[in-house]
Design a binder for this molecule. Sequence first.
Ligand SMILES: [Fe+2]
Length: 243
Amino acid sequence: MLAIANALKQDGFAFLVPCERAPFGSVTRHAGWPEFAASWNELPVDTAMADGGRYRRRRHAVFSSSLRALHREPARPHYQRREYNPLNGGVDRWFAPVRNNVASNPVFERVVLGCARVFADMIDNAAQTWSIEAHQFRIEAAAGPGLPTPEGVHRDGVDGVLIAMIRRENVTGGETQVFRCDGSLVAHRILQNPFEAVLLDDRRVLHGATPVLAQRFGRPAFRDVLVLTYRKAGISGDGTVEP
Ligand SMILES: [Fe+2]
């Protein structure tokens, strides 16, 4: 775990494969994995795309967490400053909620808390509480190229980010790319297998992904990912966490 945090400190990113040494263990072997992964088949279309695209499906949820416990917060809109998302930022965007059986799936909890501990190690004077947003994404390519990051290369405007592959079906492309703040490409990889992932120090690197293309037309073609964003939570005067 510390090795991953050290890689984040040194490079600003760390690619992971699902294994016992990953911060969340071998989640794809967990009994909860099939139901967790299948939930990506039930994502509604994202109708808040400023480019008019209808190739993205998603669900969203907000959580607060310590390093040991996860708490779901009331639904609220997803907001990004235009500085971070010139295409879709600057407005509140409401998305369909992550289903309760997904948020309470032990796979989800294991991943969220595992990453919370890594990001706490990444940041000196480690944060004990986090405000977390979870996004289930499906980018569809059957009707034409799908753009995983239509806003282009960007930061999410948080402290830490996890991008984890759930499933690729009949697609090429969708390469995950990491950039330094000067715009130079520092790493790139196609997250191929379930729960291959990348952790990002969002304060220090930018990210993007290349278009997703169908391999064979006339068949379903999509790329499913889980994105978690972590922001150090503020503590209010009465000691409660402000997500
Ligand atoms: Fe992003």
